[in-house]
Design a protein. Structure first.
Length: 232
């Protein structure tokens, strides 16, 4: 069984300059995902996709196979799925067709090989129950009256607040989950069919929250956690 992991790591970053090779404890950010992938007992091939030569050089140094990404797939508005499909298409030209594809975003350095392997164990059991894909998530509790804040700071209700039933009259509370960005897996043929990294019938692998680095504060938090792990 061939399981391909794809680590997309472009050179441009609006929030944090050169984020994917910014060091954490003297190791570039992308290296943590590469090492986790290589140490997984399930993953058989690890590819880093980037348009940036320095990122590709660093990734190769840490043991990943590399693929130079077209510049048009490395723009601010570029989505992840087309990047994954680009990797698949290039590998198919070389005669390699994986059974499963896993997306490992480089911004989740606290996700190690144990997390990956436990997620795969969960996923393979879920396949027997009819699920086709899996993503990492964390539980944000039960609710019936949830709102979300839009980019313009306006609020959007996720329930009919005009009816506003009393809490004790509500028969169903919804369990809310949020993707943690650490793990996505699905069969290669479904990825090509839906052109996305979540399939038709996904299941969530729920754990505690994992930091998905987006700010300088996130870097500091992750570095402190890694330091604490080293001192255990």
């Amino acid at each position: 069984m061939e399981i391909l992991s794809i680590i997309p790591a472009r050179g441009g970053s609006k929030g944090i300059k050169r984020k994917n090779i910014k060091p954490i404890l003297n190791k570039p950010l992308v290296a943590y995902s590469i090492e986790a992938s290589l140490n997984s007992k399930y993953i058989t091939k690890t590819i880093v996709s980037s348009e940036d030569d320095e990122i590709l050089e660093v990734s190769k140094k840490y043991g990943a196979e590399i693929l130079k990404r077209p510049v048009e797939l490395a723009q601010d508005e570029t989505k992840t799925a087309p990047v994954m499909l680009d990797v698949i298409q290039n590998l198919e030209k070389q005669g390699y067709i994986p059974d499963y594809v896993v997306l490992l975003q480089p911004t989740c350095p606290l996700r190690d090989e144990n997390y990956i392997d436990n997620a795969f164990d969960f996923y393979f059991k879920a396949l027997k129950d009819g699920y086709d894909s899996c993503f990492g998530a964390y539980d944000i509790g039960f609710t019936h009256s949830k709102w979300r804040v839009l980019h313009n700071k306006k609020l959007e209700a996720l329930y009919d607040f005009r009816i506003r039933p009393r809490r004790q009259d509500i028969n169903e509370h919804y369990k809310m989950l949020a993707e943690n960005g650490a793990f996505y897996v699905l069969p290669c043929d479904i990825l090509k069919d839906v052109k996305d990294f979540i399939g038709y019938n996904p299941v969530a692998y729920v754990t505690s929250r994992i930091i998905d680095i987006d700010t300088e504060d996130d870097f500091i938090k992750v570095e402190n956690i890694l330091k604490a792990r080293e001192n255990v």
